[in-house]
Design a protein around this ligand. Sequence first.
Ligand SMILES: Cc1cc2nc3c(=O)[nH]c(=O)nc-3n(C[C@H](O)[C@H](O)[C@H](O)COP(=O)(O)O)c2cc1C
Length: 370
Amino acid sequence: MTDLFEPLALRGVTLRNRIGVAPMCQYSCAPDGLPTEWHLAHLHSRAIGGAGLVITEATAVAPEGRITPADLGLWSDGHLPGHARLARAIASTGAVPAIQLAHAGRKASSAAPWIGGMAREHGWQALGPSALAMPGMDTPRAMTEADIHRVIEDFAATARRAIAAGYRLIEIHAAHGYLLHSFLSPLSNQRNDGWGGDFAGRTRLLREVVSVVRAAIPDEVPLAVRFSHTDWIEGGWSTEETVALARELKAAGVDLADVSSGGVLPAEIPMGPGYQVPGAAAVRAGTGIVTAAVGLITEPQQAQAILDEGKADLILLARELLRDPYWPVRAAATLGRMEAMQMPPQYDRAWNSRNKTRIDLAVAEPLPPL
Ligand SMILES: Cc1cc2nc3c(=O)[nH]c(=O)nc-3n(C[C@H](O)[C@H](O)[C@H](O)COP(=O)(O)O)c2cc1C
């Protein structure tokens, strides 16, 4: 039985517990994908809340790979100082700072949900495996061989920058209909060259991205991949294919499968508590890879039961941690594990923490004058 508050070791990195902050776009960047005070406050406060892992929002490996103009990027060295600040703030609390590397593909160049969502701002030409549009969006340009090789290099270069910025776990976003998932799914990839067609062709781009990113990051840094385990559409990408691919990627040096679903086309999704957990369980059982479950996991007992039943090794939460950054503390109190919480000493008096772990204040830096 794995306890929600048991540490999790992945290569040279240890998560202090099994609770992670799932990647969440904040649509709050300065121009050109630069992090802002919002990102710092948002990620730092969730790390202070006690999660073991904090993953940034989808961070674009190229400007045209942003979902919206307000998304994070790390495609240039100019992005490094801001990201270094985010990674340092997260790490200073005892959480592991992680980054999700992403390319939005045919779902790029849209707008933040609160200013129209999929209604495009016509910012730039989106790219995809085939010239097939998401309903309601513009038709992407089918990528050339040169485009594909450039994207592979962009992932490698961005991974190197992520390490330089101080991130200690790298996640490749291959879910939700964005570029890498759109190559996996026969619903969006109708190429008949070596990057489409059968399972080997459709999975080639992700396999090559994994290979170059693994080579670009130190051995001790774990590599995660976020999958959509199913498109929820007959004839689409399937759980069986996810299991087969995860097995290959594990052999290629992927340490963690983060199992989500959907996004390549609108679908009937049977949403309910833990609705994606069966996908995580299938990947874990079929491959033996360390697996994260995500999606409508909101209750401490629910999270603990997923671990107890061997369906996942790590629990990621998104919206519940927006509502309550202190969910890990609530979970520890509910599950009778408060002694496992490491609250920052600044907040000791609030939690009556018995834990004597002290945060390294040497990392603190004076703020620039306002
Ligand atoms: C505001 C918001 C932004 C999101 N942005 C991302 C993202 O950048 N990358 C990603 O893989 N998933 C993203 N997601 C999906 C979440 O990571 C998560 O998988 C999903 O919300 C289900 O988990 P939950 O039920 O705990 O919210 C986002 C979700 C929300 C609510």
